[in-house]
Design a binder for this molecule. Structure first.
Ligand code: F6R
Ligand code: MG
Ligand code: MG
Length: 375
């Protein structure tokens, strides 16, 4: 097997993001914040390579190194950068300056402190294609549908049927983000049970994907990871949507690049959009178009493609900046119109328990004495 006998150093890709201020309102990260992050990362000697970018109002740090996932050093580095960027945001009086930095001091791991994290550590193959997905104005469960389709749906991924190197399918690590529990399920054998959970996307979210034993790739090295932090659960009250990120490896024993991108040709409905309280279509866009304007949306997804070469990030290629996704964008606009016509009615507005803003308790209090029995 290709991976046996190779004592090569493993590479880690850490994508860590936070909304630390934007301009105007919740639209886009100011260039000064990107510059602040780039300058800090250039000075530091912990990384092999990095790319700093934004998806809407989220500042995105894409970093490669050899410190593994959950590295205190890497998390501390990211936290320090977000603090400096938030400082700059405060000087410029940007909107929501520092909003995702929920704790005052770093204490070993950035998880649960506000920023979102997706990390994978792996043995690089002869050639290592990687896609980093960045979403704005939605929640981690927005990745459930596309990740399921990439790694389990034969109508999306032809290789599940016709490529012997992954015909056996993949293992899914699913988190219950309300109860802080996780479960492993395998496809195709657990497919219906998996769908029973991940269809409830505000609670059960796909965290990682693993190859199965006996395949071309090591079964203990994840091939995809998604950020699953939920700011509202961390903070106990609304502090902004989670705006998730994901890292997905491709080709040679894994879904091809085109199979990884194919689910985004369908702009599925996700929760988020205006005030984190509305359902709407997710629009695949080039990075420059990740700018949530209409009704603070509609939600966006950006796909950045790289070849990872001994930790160096060759790229990015802005994968949705392509006429092949024009139709998806047009469909998303039509769905946006259709959904907007519902105004404050569900299913455009989220059900009560999933809304990030609500006046209901106050309304009920105001009319408390006016309610009379129906019978
Ligand atoms: C959604 C989002 C925005 C804000 C909205 C109100 O994730 O960030 O839609 O919720 O612009 O923002 P505030 O309450 O800051 O005026
Ligand atoms: Mg914001
Ligand atoms: Mg955002």
């Amino acid at each position: 097997m290709a991976h046996l006998g190779t004592a090569a150093m493993k590479t880690t890709i850490s994508v860590i993001k936070a909304d630390v201020g934007s301009c105007p309102g919740h639209a886009v990260v100011h260039p000064d914040l990107i510059k602040t992050a780039e300058e800090a990362l250039k000075k530091c000697d912990l990384l092999i390579d990095f790319v700093v970018t934004n998806c809407g109002d989220d500042l995105e740090l894409i970093m490669t190194h050899t410190h593994g996932v959950d590295s205190e050093k890497i998390h501390q580095l990211a936290w320090g950068i977000f603090e400096s960027a938030a400082e700059r945001a405060k000087q410029l009086k940007l909107y929501g300056a520092g909003q995702d930095l929920l704790k005052d001091a770093f204490s070993g791991n950035i998880r649960g402190m506000g920023p979102g994290i997706a990390e994978i550590e792996f043995t690089e193959r002869k050639a290592e294609p990687v896609v980093v997905f960045l979403m704005d104005k939605t929640e981690p469960g927005a990745f459930n549908l596309p990740i399921y389709r990439i790694f389990a749906d034969p109508f999306n991924t032809a290789g599940l049927i016709i490529d012997p190197s992954f015909h056996q399918g993949f293992r899914f690590e699913v988190w219950d983000i309300k109860e802080s529990k996780k479960v492993f399920m395998s496809c195709p054998e657990d497919m219906y049970d998996l769908l029973a959970l991940i269809g409830a996307k505000s609670r059960y979210v796909i965290k990682r994907i693993y190859p199965k034993e006996g395949g071309k790739l090591p079964a203990d090295e994840s091939v995809a990871a998604i950020s699953t932090e939920k700011l509202s659960l961390i903070a106990g009250e609304y502090v902004g949507k989670d705006d998730p990120v994901a890292v997905v490896r491709a080709q040679s024993g894994l879904p091809a690049l085109g199979e990884v991108l194919e689910p985004f040709a369908f702009p599925h409905l996700v929760s988020g959009w205006m005030r984190g309280s509305h359902n709407g279509p997710i629009m695949p866009v080039g990075q420059k178009d990740a700018r949530c304007t209409r009704f603070d949306g509609p939600p966006r997804v950006v796909g950045l493609g790289f070849q990872c070469s001994n930790g160096k990030l060759i790229g990015p290629v802005d994968l949705f900046d392509d006429p092949a996704f024009n139709k998806a964008r047009k469909t998303a606009q039509e769905i946006a119109d259709y959904m907007r016509h519902h105004g404050p009615f569900e299913p455009h507005r989220l059900p009560q328990e999933d809304m990030e803003y609500t006046t209901l308790p106050k309304v009920l209090k105001k009319f408390k004495d006016k309610f009379v029995s129906i019978t």
